[in-house]
Every structure is written in C-alpha cells, then in structure tokens.
Design a protein around this ligand. Sequence first.
Ligand SMILES: [Zn+2]
Length: 352
Amino acid sequence: MQLIAQKEAAEFVKTGAKEFRQNSEVRLTPGAKDIFTEAGVKVVFDSTAAPASAPAATATPGHYTPDDVRLFASKEATEIKEQICDIGRRIWAREYCDGNGGNISARLGPDRFICTPTGVSKGFMKPDMMCMVDGKGKQLGGTWKRSSEITTHMAIFHSTPEAVSVCHAHPCHAGAFAIKGMAPPPRLIPELEVFVGTVAYTPYKTPGSAEIAAEIFPLAPKHQSILMGNHGVICWGKSVEDAYFKMEITDAYCRTVILAQSIPGAASIPCDKLPELLNIKKTLGLPDDRYDLKPAGLCEVDPWQQMCGSHGCSSPVTPFNPMTNGAASSDAEIEALVQKLTDEIVANLSKK
Ligand SMILES: [Zn+2]
C-alpha cells in the first residue's frame, strides 16, 4: 500500500500534470485530496495505469523547474510522446519486446529528451506515462520513473548529433545472432545495405551500465543498428519512426538469413554492385562505415563463409524431401556426406 500525503501531493502538483492516476494499491490522505482539488488535479482510478513494478503516478515527482514543466507540456513534447506510444504499440505487435522490455527516447530540445518509463509493457503506454530527462539521464519531467537503460540511449545521443531518436527492444531473430556472439553477415539484401548498413555487435555488458554505454558510444556514429551481445538490439534514426524502421529492417534481415541457412546454395550481392547501393545511400545522407573503403575491401569475406565458417552451419544442407515430409532420406544424407568429403579432399589437395 502506498500512502500519498500532503507532501507527496504538493510535489506532484509541481510537475504540472493535471491528472493523478491511482490503482487499488494507492491511498490519498484527506489533506492530499484537498491539495489536488485546489490545484485542479483530477484523481482518476485506473487499475492498468500503475502496475506493481512501477508503483503509482508518484514514482519520481521531483522538483521540476517551471521551464521544464512548460517544455514537458508543450506541443512538441506532446507530439513526441504520442509518436513513442505509437511505436511502442508497433514494437509490441511485432513481438519485439517481452514483458516490460524495450525502451524508446527522442530529443526534445537542448539537453532535454523524452523517454519511456520503466516497468511497463511498450504496447500499452499512454502519453502521460512518458518522462523527460537531461543528457545525464536525470529525470526532469513526468510522474513515472524513467527507463533504467536511458544511459545507453545517451551514449548514442552524445556521440551522434544526427540521432534524433533511439529505439531498443529484444526482437527474436536479431536476438538470435546477439546470443551467438555475432552480427549478421552483410551483402545479402539491398534493403539492409542502403537503409541500415553494417550491423555492429558488441559483447555482453550489464544492461543500463556505464560499461555498455562506453561500448555503444564509439559505434553509433557509423552504425544505426547495434546488437548488444546476449541482450537485444539498439537502433537510432532521424525520427522515432525512423529509429524503429532500422530495428524492423534489422530483424527482418536476420530472420531471412536464418531461414536461408536451411536452403542449399550461397548467393550474395556481387562485389561490383555494392558501390551502386552505397552511392544511393550517400545521396540519401545516411551514414555508413564503408564509404572510405576501396571496392576490394567492401567484400573481402563471403557472407555465407562468415556466417557458417566460424559457427558451424550444417553444410552442405540436406534438401527438403516432400516424399518423407521434410525428413532426409538416407540416400540424400549419404550423397551429401560423400559430397562434403570430396570437397574436403579436393581442398586439401589444392593446398599442397
Ligand atoms: Zn533491453
């Protein structure tokens, strides 16, 4: 049970919010009710608004300055809050977040950012749950407690001035690469090459820690999509939707690559066609860590070798057999084994 007395009510009034949401875990003292009535704050009962993990609307009332209260209630802030809620619903609908996972943020003004609160499903957020923080992650607006991973977002905002919004979630296909300790190989689908670029990978560090912020900081200027090892994906963009698009493209790419592993063959975008894609990207004003590379350096490694060489894909893969409902016939298995042995013998002979 959380008791809101006069002191807490007065601090809440200072935030400028006009609605106090409470669930059955929260009780107001008569004095607190009077303060809300005098200040014109409406008390609303909402069982979904305050889950136990983010208790009530009084998590961090803080002492916000009048300027911050005005900024947080401005038209620009309202638009960003609505965009973040919209993208939260899309992240949840695509199963990119689990439980309370994921967080979204966006620049509002100099040293001011709007971000999602901690402890809520990203699919069911309301604009009045949003928080405002400064560049150090200190909360300066909002009645819900800000995300604990905001320092990771700040690493991107500080190293990458073009980043307007940051989106972090746990999509399964990109996450599968992240728990294998590798980024997906490049040069397989133009969509990723042009609109995202090389996906970066950084080894596991505790989520929200200074260590992970230090890893992300130097990567962000050249990578709009970064896999955080054994954790998830963080992307930045020129708007809230753009940051989300980077995540959607990254996860769709990873999903296609994972599916493709079970199909024989190994095609990739030819080396000499890659500069054309990078030129398109340059005209769109998108950053890429490969602009300075010479054509030969663009594709030193075959993507399928990169994928399977060090991580042991089962290759050659047994073809799908409709007669056995997908299970390999013994003939096909033997044929594949013979082919594999032959390839290895030829490769060894050619080394000598
Ligand atoms: Zn996370």
